[in-house]
Ligand binder design. Structure first.
Ligand SMILES: [Zn+2]
Length: 376
């Protein structure tokens, strides 16, 4: 297909390409955002050791409901840390929830642990339904080394290379041990559905002066170049996001929009279409190392919470609010999924989630693809 001739913009876009999944808007001059002058207090966020401790304490108090284990049988992180997982529920539908594949995106781990705790200890009808209908698999800290270093990626010990783990599930990838470990587990487990948790930089809800607090995304753009080719995922993922959007509005949360790379100067957005992302590989049924010969696949969505802990865009004051929002969105989606409520949503309702006018697709295989381009 034809390349867009926007050389100047393209190079600027390329420059921040590596920030994908934790986007900085082009002009990061959002008024009213939390200001910590670059000094995010990460003491209030969970370290690897604290996550392990929390997991074990949830397991202990769960009266056998929660099982905590490592993925050591598949290997450890580059720096030799165990990657932890937790399992809860007895139902048939397998739900995969992963957090902190980017080490400087910390509140999502807290949200995942809070949800696990709810399932471990709460006996409400809603929780019972979820645990009867599904089994949930949590990976609350996918990137323990990055979490300890407070960096987005991880460091490949053999080469010293810094690597974004969310670009490593791809042919020619799997450079990091973490990718091998988690992929092997995924290929063995074959979940039915996955949710991936992230943080993003500051942006504004289109047409407002409000900073986005939460974005809902699919890593292969709905109605984009790739997703419509994979089963019913183009509809299912839109139904899921529209469902969460409605639920969150019901809780009084606003300032929620669709995840996009925003060109704030021109007030347009780009939907992402990233094939090397972990949840994209899940939807495309990647067969790495012969571990998924039938190309098993399933739908997946991701959430982006405002701010991260290395650019100083998180304030301690807002952390509780942001974690709660993430927790409620997760909890709602899981419930909607297991009860089938999600399937009642009109996929076109996805269009009602605020978004910038679509200028194109931001890909990791063909640069920026303008809307309406053909020839894939
Ligand atoms: Zn991220």
């Amino acid at each position: 297909m034809k390349k867009m001739n926007i050389a100047g913009k393209a190079s600027m876009l390329t420059a921040i390409f590596v920030l994908l999944f934790s986007t900085l808007s082009f002009a990061a001059t959002v008024p009213g955002g939390p200001s910590t002058e670059g000094n995010t207090n990460i003491n209030s966020m969970l370290s690897y050791e604290e996550v392990v401790k929390t997991l074990k304490s949830i397991e202990q108090t769960s009266k056998g409901k929660v099982e905590v284990f490592t993925l050591d049988r598949f290997g450890k992180s580059e720096q030799g840390r165990s990657i932890y997982a937790a399992k809860v529920g007895t139902g048939e539908k397998k739900i995969w929830i992963q957090a902190q594949i980017h080490g400087n995106e910390k509140l999502v781990t807290e949200a995942a642990l809070q949800l696990l705790k709810t399932y471990a200890s709460n006996n409400s009808k809603e929780v019972q339904t979820v645990l009867e209908e599904s089994t949930l698999y949590f990976i609350p800290m996918y990137n323990p080394d990055g979490a300890e270093m407070n960096t987005r990626g991880t460091k490949i010990m053999e080469t010293g290379q810094l690597l974004d783990l969310n670009r490593d599930w791809v042919e020619g990838g799997f450079k990091a041990k973490e990718s091998e470990v988690v992929y092997s587990y995924w290929a063995e487990l074959k979940p039915d559905f996955a949710i991936d948790l992230h943080h993003q930089g500051l942006k504004q809800v289109y047409g407002t002066n409000e900073a986005t607090s939460f974005s809902l995304g699919v890593s292969l753009a709905p109605n984009g170049p790739t997703l419509p080719g994979y089963k019913n995922y183009n509809d299912v993922t839109r139904q899921m996001l529209a469902y969460v959007y409605d639920e969150m509005s019901g809780y009084g949360y606003t300032h929620i929009d669709r995840y996009q790379i925003v060109d704030s100067e021109n007030q347009v957005g780009y939907d992402i279409d990233i094939k090397g992302g972990v949840v994209s590989a899940m939807m495309m049924g990647l067969n790495y190392n012969g571990l998924n010969p039938d190309h098993y696949s399933h739908p997946a969505v991701f959430f982006e919470t405002k701010g991260n802990s290395s650019d100083g865009s998180l304030g301690q004051k807002s952390n509780g609010y942001l974690t709660k929002q993430n927790y409620l969105a997760l909890k709602s989606l899981v419930y909607g999924y297991v009860t089938g409520e999600v399937n009642e949503v009109d996929p076109e309702h996805w269009n009602d989630i605020p978004a910038y006018p679509l200028a194109g697709y931001w890909t990791d295989y063909n640069g920026i693809v303008p809307v309406g381009a053909s020839g894939f």
